[in-house]
Unconditional design. Structure first.
Length: 170
């Protein structure tokens, strides 16, 4: 499934917008996203959105999506919402709590992340999963800390826009 580029037609990137695009490239560069085909969008500070799709390849033995998919997308959405406020360091998840409210089967899913608090050392952010019918199916809250890793040292963050391979993603 191909989605229109949400950034097409934007004026020249400000420092903040350039940071958002770099985080999106970083997300795309992660090897795990070869398995979880998805696309991150950050449109404003403290907010993120991940579009992805699940099918039977993600099922557990009882015929619904395994919890690893819930965790990965909720953690990523909350993480990138928090890291959108930090332009010098990669954050690390230090804790994440998850609430499952409805089983997922096949189809498109949206993970929406939102920063809640913290701007110095520890950041708190939450996320929710929305199914194809617009219903919330899971929610999570995490805490994130600055790591010693500069964002600028990560190859995915430093790539020039348009040079990464986006063909394998939603």
């Amino acid at each position: 499934m191909t989605r229109p580029d949400p950034h097409a037609g934007h004026p020249a990137d400000s420092g903040e917008v350039a940071h958002f695009r770099a985080l999106e490239r970083l997300y795309l560069s992660a090897p795990i996203n070869r398995i979880f085909k998805s696309r991150l969008t950050i449109t404003e500070q403290g907010h993120s959105r991940i579009d992805f799709s699940v099918d039977e390849h993600f099922y557990h033995a009882a015929g619904a999506v395994h919890g690893t998919s819930y965790f990965k997308m909720l953690d990523d959405a909350a993480f990138y919402a928090a890291n959108s406020l930090v332009n010098d360091r990669f954050l690390l998840t230090t804790a994440f709590n998850l609430l499952f409210t409805k089983p997922l089967t096949t189809g498109p899913i949206i993970a929406e992340g939102r920063w809640i608090s913290g701007k110095r050392r520890v950041y708190v952010a939450d996320a929710r999963l929305i199914d194809a019918h617009g219903e919330e199916v899971a929610r999570g809250t995490g805490t994130f800390m600055r790591s010693h890793t500069p964002l600028s040292s990560l190859a995915g963050y430093a790539l020039e826009q348009g040079k990464g391979d986006r063909s394998r993603h939603v």
